[in-house]
Design a protein around this ligand. Structure first.
Ligand SMILES: NC(=O)c1ccc[n+]([C@@H]2O[C@H](COP(=O)([O-])OP(=O)(O)OC[C@H]3O[C@@H](n4cnc5c(N)ncnc54)[C@H](OP(=O)(O)O)[C@@H]3O)[C@@H](O)[C@H]2O)c1
Length: 260
C-alpha cells in the first residue's frame, strides 16, 4: 500500500538511526512529512538529506536532547511554526545494563530521564495543538522489557513499564479529543542499542557474547533478531486511519515470545 499517511506530519524522536530511522523512512514511503529529532545534529542532517533524496515529502531536522524541557519546547514551537504535528512517535531511548546494586544513582536517573521524562516533555508540549484540532496519534516505543522482569537492567525495565503505564493513562484522558495513544513493545531489534546492551550483558553475566546471543535467540520461537522495519510496519498501521479504534494497547513485536 502507498499513501496511507499522505498529508500527515510526524515527529519522530531518536530518528537518526535504528528503529526511529526505519519509522521515519516507512512514514515517508507512505507520504508523511517528517520532523526528525536526535541529539547529534550532523548525523541527523545526514539522515534528513538521505530521506529528502529518496522521497517526495518534506523532511526537517530538529537536534535536541528530549530529556530537557526548554529545548523540547523550542523544537515543538519550530515544527508547529511550519505546520502541525499529526503523529508523535516517542522513540528516543537508551539502555544501561548493571545489577541493581551496581547501578549508580546517576545512571539509573539518566535512563529514566531519557526514556520516560522525555515522553512527559515532548507529549505535554505537543498536546495543546492536538487537543485544539481534536486529532492526533501518539506512539510510544516501549519494549517487552515493559511487560516482564529481566536480570541486570532494572532501570531499563522500570522505564519501559512506565511507558506502558503512561500509554494507558493517556489513552483514557485523550480519547475524548480523538487522540489515540498506543505503545509498541519489541523484543531484540538489530540496532546499535542492541549491540551495546548485549556486550554489557555478556560482561555482567561473565559469558561470551556468542554464547549469550545464541542462548537468547534460542528462546524465541522465530529464531532471529527483529529487523527495524518489522517494528516500523506496526508504527505505520498505528499512525494510519486503519487503526481508528485501537487505543491504550501495548503491542508486542516479539516473534511469539510472550503470548499475553
Ligand atoms: N533495539 C532493541 O532491541 C529495542 C527493543 C525494544 C525497544 N527498543 C526501544 O526502541 C527505541 C529505539 O531504540 P534503537 O534500538 O533504535 O536505539 P539506537 O539505535 O541506539 O538509536 C537511538 C536513537 O535515539 C537518539 N537519542 C538517544 N538519546 C536521545 C536523547 N536524549 N534525545 C534525543 N534523541 C536521543 C539517538 O541519537 P543521538 O545519540 O544522536 O541522540 C538515536 O537516533 C528506544 O526507546 C529503545 O529502548 C529497542
Amino acid at each position: 500500500m502507498v499513501d496511507r499517511l499522505k498529508g500527515k506530519t510526524a515527529l519522530i524522536t531518536g530518528a537518526s538511526r535504528g528503529i526511529g530511522y526505519s519509522i521515519a523512512e516507512s512514514f515517508a514511503m507512505e507520504g508523511a512529512n517528517i520532523a526528525l529529532n536526535a541529539r547529534d545534529p550532523v548525523r541527523l542532517e545526514q539522515t534528513a538529506s538521505a530521506l529528502r533524496e529518496s522521497y517526495d515529502v518534506k523532511v526537517s531536522s530538529h537536534a535536541c536532547d528530549v530529556s530537557h524541557r526548554a529545548p523540547v519546547d523550542a523544537m515543538i514551537a519550530e515544527i508547529e511554526g511550519d505546520g502541525q504535528i499529526d503523529i508523535l512517535v516517542n522513540n528516543a531511548g537508551i539502555h544501561m545494563a548493571a545489577s541493581f546494586l551496581d547501578y549508580s544513582f546517576e545512571d539509573f536517573k539518566n535512563v529514566l530521564e531519557v526514556n520516560v521524562y522525555s515522553v512527559f516533555h515532548v507529549t505535554q508540549a505537543a498536546l495543546p495543538k492536538m487537543i485544539e484540532r481534536k486529532a492526533g496519534r501518539i506512539i510510544n516505543m516501549a519494549s517487552t522489557a515493559g511487560k516482564w522482569g529481566s536480570r541486570n537492567q532494572s532501570a531499563y525495565n522500570a522505564s519501559k513499564h512506565a511507558m506502558v503505564g503512561i500509554t494507558r493513562c493517556l489513552a483514557l484522558e485523550l480519547a475524548p479529543y480523538n487522540i489515540l495513544t498506543n505503545a509498541i513493545c519489541p523484543w531484540v531489534v538489530e540496532t546499535d542499542l542492541a549491540d551495546s546492551f548485549m556486550a554489557q550483558h555478556s560482561d555482567a553475566a561473565g559469558v561470551s557474547l556468542e554464547t549469550l546471543q545464541s542462548n537468547l535467540k534460542n528462546t524465541v520461537p522465530i529464531k532471529r533478531w527483529i529487523q527495524p522495519e518489522e517494528v516500523a510496519n506496526l508504527a505505520v498501521f498505528l499512525g494510519s486511519d486503519e487503526s481508528s479504534y485501537i487505543n491504550g494497547q501495548a503491542w508486542n513485536v516479539d516473534g511469539g515470545y510472550t503470548m499475553i
